[in-house]
Design a protein around this ligand. Sequence first.
Ligand code: ZN
Length: 225
Amino acid sequence: MSRKLKFGETPFDNLSHDEMVAVVFKLYNALAMAYGVIGGVKKIVAFDIGHDHYWHSKDGGGYIALSKAEEIFNDQTLLKKPTPEEMKIKAFKLYAALTSAHGVMGVLSQLATMRLRDVSYWHEEGRVGYTVLTKTKNLLEEINGDLDAFDIYHCFFKYATPILLDCDTVLGTDGKWWYCKSCHSIIHPNDVEENHHRKPCNGKVRLLTIEDIVTFEKRKNERVL
Ligand SMILES: [Zn+2]
């Protein structure tokens, strides 16, 4: 039986600073390996999956996984002793990027199976694809612990990933979410005008922030009081 999360909670909330540092480096290492595998396989299969869109559009899964990993590797702030709060944001960001990379490796391994092309790369022990896919899966499971991956996604990353990775589209959503400070509504990217104005609220909406998600439950309570 997995533990249930409240909205805004994540698997990283109860870690000490040292545990957070350790997990950030594990995530960084796994992301670097996944980046290498995806980049290598892309050269072989680039023309197989809706090539232009998947690898070159801002909302293509392959594009997001590779370009966001690159951005993370180019960010030198890890060397500057981040505060615990900054370290937590890094952990969120790396988790989001690794989840995206894991999804892309899943697509690539399925594609190999469908095309009967070098299937052993993904399915045979000792091969690079198999090793990295397994390591990534195990690390994500280790971090999730007794929490359900689906629950983690719905309580936090569904809303946070487009902000953390600064992209318009991530698996399962089609853009960034909006927020109304007056009625505390989180508004779906596609319904920003319509849904909000159906409510008796004249509050102005703006893009949702990580802070809004983390403190949402608290704000909801404040509103009730
Ligand atoms: Zn409102």
